[in-house]
Design a protein around this ligand. Structure first.
Ligand SMILES: NC(=O)c1ccc[n+]([C@@H]2O[C@H](COP(=O)([O-])OP(=O)(O)OC[C@H]3O[C@@H](n4cnc5c(N)ncnc54)[C@H](O)[C@@H]3O)[C@@H](O)[C@H]2O)c1
Length: 274
């Protein structure tokens, strides 16, 4: 007999649900019977997501950097939820594209604060709830850039390595319990992440944000819907680390085969597609 689903049918909480992976995940989980509690700092896009959801949905405007705001959101969701919380996905994220030498410190801090502290505050708001229930999954969105460094992505890579370290540490703390911590590492997913970036320069030295976004959309082969499917099925299968897309799987392998020299390979291969 197969194990009962840990996510489908139970309440799911998703941050950054106004766009991209968060929106697709909200739609998929709602279609699998989950009441969904969604937040984003972009109220209008969040409303657009909610309009596409058939079942029970709660939306709140929330900046994930707001520690107290995350606690208040968790309390509101608990009150609203018809049953236990099955899954929390700390998904909201941003990037900035700039070199270390010429970086705007404000943009680096914005990127790190949203991506890392947003995940930490979300985890701390929900961990006691999961522990009280005795079960549940906290899934934190890192990236393939939580496995490799990449030119012009120093703050983003640092934040995503940090999410990975934080989540894996939590996973080990939770060993032997039914509360799980899962790290998610998407490869290129066709979303608004680059369009929404604080852009200064790309990895080829270009300063055209629109062009960088076009190049990204060509390279990012995985759709948000496919990413949502991979996350959902990966969690149901009990995975602790979820790679999304063939590029993520290949890069993960490459870091093990060439842990220091991986960028030479990436540069050569991307030269072939440029
Ligand atoms: N798209 C990719 O190729 C890719 C690859 C690896 C990792 N990721 C990660 O996936 C996650 C989702 O990104 P996406 O690609 O769907 O991008 P996206 O820009 O389409 O969606 C991100 C959402 O997060 C929201 N958000 C940003 N800052 C916020 C804040 N401070 N508080 C609340 N909400 C906030 C945005 O308004 C947006 O709705 C991010 O953590 C991103 O780093 C994306």
């Amino acid at each position: 007999m197969s194990a009962p689903p840990v996510v489908s049918g139970r309440t799911a909480v998703i941050t950054g649900a106004g766009s991209g992976i968060g929106r697709a995940l909200a739609q998929r989980l709602a279609a699998h019977g989950c009441p969904v509690a969604l937040c984003d700092w972009n109220e209008e896009e969040l409303r657009e997501t909610a309009e596409t959801i058939g079942g029970p949905v709660l939306t709140r405007k929330l900046d994930v950097r707001d520690r107290q705001g995350q606690m208040t959101f968790a309390a509101e969701v608990r009150e609203w939820s018809p049953g236990p919380i099955g899954l929390v996905v700390n998904n909201a994220g941003v990037t900035t594209s700039q070199t270390v030498a010429d970086a705007s410190p404000e943009d680096d801090e914005w990127c790190f604060d949203v991506n890392f502290w947003g995940v930490v505050h979300g985890t701390r708001a929900w961990l006691p709830v999961m522990q009280e229930q005795g079960h549940g999954v906290i899934a934190n969105v890192s990236s393939v850039f939580g496995l490799i460094g990449f030119p012009t992505q120093s703050a983003y890579c640092a934040s995503k390595f940090a999410v990975r370290g934080f989540t894996e540490s939590l996973r080990h703390e939770l060993r032997g319990t039914d509360v799980r911590a899962v790290a998610i590492h998407p490869g290129g997913i066709r979303t608004n992440i680059v369009a929404n970036a604080r852009f200064h320069v790309d990895d080829q030295g270009g300063t055209d944000h629109a062009k960088m976004n076009e190049d990204f959309k060509k390279l990012a082969r995985t759709t948000p819907a496919k990413a949502a499917e991979t996350i959902h099925t990966g969690i149901e299968k009990g995975k602790s680390r979820i790679m999304i897309g063939p590029d993520a799987v290949a890069l993960s392998l490459l870091t093990r085969v060439a842990p220091v020299r991986y960028y030479g390979v990436i540069d050569k291969l991307s030269g072939l597609v440029r």
